[in-house]
Design a protein around this ligand. Structure first.
Ligand SMILES: [Fe+2]
Length: 159
């Protein structure tokens, strides 16, 4: 595999790791009785698996076989609800940084098909970061009050 395709395979694994982290966040909030928040994180985990699948589909389409690596055990305690969403936001920023690096590498290597494929992820990350930023803004106003938390939990149950 080329250096770029190796890095794409690494990101394939990182998307699966992201799903694993969001499942852990779902468990964390579910245990605290917030099923709407849990629903949100479970959906987020599903999206991460879709992001992963897009990378493996791409690798197969250029006749490369993706490799699965060991996934580290995720954190199990994320602090209060606001801190949990902040941890998710920080994670998304890390994903964005990694996607940007991949994009740069594809440009360096003049791999136009990879650049084109990665464009989708660049746009997707803008949405992901916006989702979390908006939720954190709401959570900061709620300031961990149960009334506000239950309203938001209800809303995220229908996401
Ligand atoms: Fe992702």
């Amino acid at each position: 595999m080329s250096k770029l395709n190796d890095a794409i395979n690494e990101q394939y694994n990182y998307e699966i790791e992201s799903a694993y982290i969001y499942v852990s966040m779902a468990h964390y909030v579910e245990e605290k009785g917030m099923s709407g928040f849990a629903n949100f994180f479970k959906k987020q985990a599903k999206e991460e698996l879709e992001h992963a699948a897009k990378f493996s589909d791409y690798l197969f389409s250029i006749d490369e076989k993706p490799t699965l690596e060991q996934i580290p055990q995720p954190q199990t305690d994320f602090g209060n609800f606001t801190e949990t969403f902040k941890a998710a936001y920080e994670h998304e920023k890390e994903v964005t940084a990694r996607i940007n690096k991949l994009y740069d590498l594809s440009v360096e290597e003049n791999d136009h098909k990879a650049t084109s494929m990665l464009q989708w992820y660049i746009d997707e990350q803008v949405e992901e970061e916006d989702t979390f930023r908006t939720l954190i803004e709401q959570l900061e106003r709620i300031n961990e009050s149960w009334a506000g938390l239950y309203l938001l939990d209800e809303k995220l149950g229908h996401r």
